[in-house]
Design a protein. Structure first.
Length: 333
């Protein structure tokens, strides 16, 4: 596959709105492209109108994988100054087509067994990857794609997302002594988080968090009877230590509830590749049955999810070379 074809296919996929939950049309386009190229294609339903796509030839020892869902808002592709713009150009449709181009190079060089796994839902809880793990076919290595500036990831952070709920007593705001403000309790709990010493790791650094959502109250003149907040930790250790420190800091002021957990991951690396640790999370923890994981891809995480997302076309081209060489080395070694 030449570069012009790779970019044309990338733009075709980028131009389809596949915001998480609406991946069906993009999945159909990807499966058609794979079939046209001669791959055996399996579609795995995840929820209504959404499915994972697995294309393969033979019995692959190495499988390329990434996701084709995107964050909102959608915007279509364009090429400008050596860059490919569009939602998913960097994260991760450009990666998907670079992996396909690498698979085609491998086939042209005589590699007879190759696999490509493209999943839904990575941006909203990895429901596609969790289900895809049940259809693993015995591969020894999984090369997952996320924007790493074409560096091989040595580790990625995990996620621990929790909900804090505060309960109070409603009253007329002119009689505050009759009420109990849930919002003030919640604020006290949030402030208490600042004084906690969170776990650290020599490679990934110190755990940090963001209070991303706050809800509470019904009107300015009513003492609020309930309030809640969601806090998301970027973790570097087992989530149990985060949960324990969180509960110790805010109990009994508020109650806590675990919402979502992704463990940190330490990954396979190889000599001769530039490596780095990354603060984001991926589908890798949920694809354990597909073999030893490696993580690498074109584009910068600093550009993913932005209002003007793009990837350098030269990076996409370089990624094909990297993926091809990496797969050959894994197969040979």
């Amino acid at each position: 596959m030449d570069l012009l074809t790779q970019i044309r296919l990338t733009r075709e996929i980028v131009d389809i709105d596949s915001t998480s939950g609406r991946e069906g049309q993009a999945g159909g386009a990807i499966s058609r492209i794979l079939r046209d190229l001669g791959y055996e294609v399996a579609l795995q339903p995840v929820s209504e109108g959404r499915f994972n796509v697995y294309g393969h030839i033979g019995q692959p020892a190495v499988v390329f994988s990434t996701h084709f869902d995107c964050v909102p808002p959608f915007f279509p592709s364009r090429e400008e100054s050596g860059r490919l713009y569009g939602r998913g150009a960097c994260d991760a449709k450009g990666i998907a087509m670079a992996q396909l181009a690498a698979a085609e190079q491998l086939r042209a060089s005589g590699v007879k067994d190759i696999g490509l796994l493209f999943v839904v839902g990575e941006e909203r809880g990895s429901d596609g990857a969790r289900l895809a793990n049940t259809m693993a076919t015995g591969s020894r290595f999984l090369i997952n794609g996320e924007p790493t500036d074409n560096r091989l990831a040595s580790a990625t952070r995990g996620v621990y997302r929790a909900r804090m709920r505060a309960a109070g007593r409603a009253a007329h705001s002119s009689q505050p002594e009759l009420g109990e403000s849930a919002i003030e309790k919640l604020v006290d709990a949030i402030v208490a988080l600042r004084g906690v010493e969170w776990p650290s790791d020599p490679d990934l650094g110190t755990t940090y968090y963001t209070v991303g959502v706050i809800k509470g109250g019904v009107a300015p003149n009513v003492i609020p009877a309930s309030a809640e907040a969601e806090v998301l930790f970027r973790t570097v250790s087992d989530h149990a230590s985060i949960r324990e420190r969180l509960e110790a800091a805010v109990t009994p002021v508020v109650a806590t509830e675990e919402v979502h957990v992704v463990p940190p991951v330490w990954l396979e690396t190889l000599p001769g590749f530039e490596t780095a640790a990354f603060n984001f999370t991926t589908d890798v923890p949920f694809l354990s049955n597909w073999g030893k994981p490696l993580l690498i891809g074109p584009g910068s995480i600093n550009l993913a999810h932005t209002a003007d997302e793009y990837v350098e076309i030269a990076e996409l081209q370089r990624a094909v070379e990297i993926y091809t060489g990496l797969a050959k080395g894994l197969i040979a070694g």
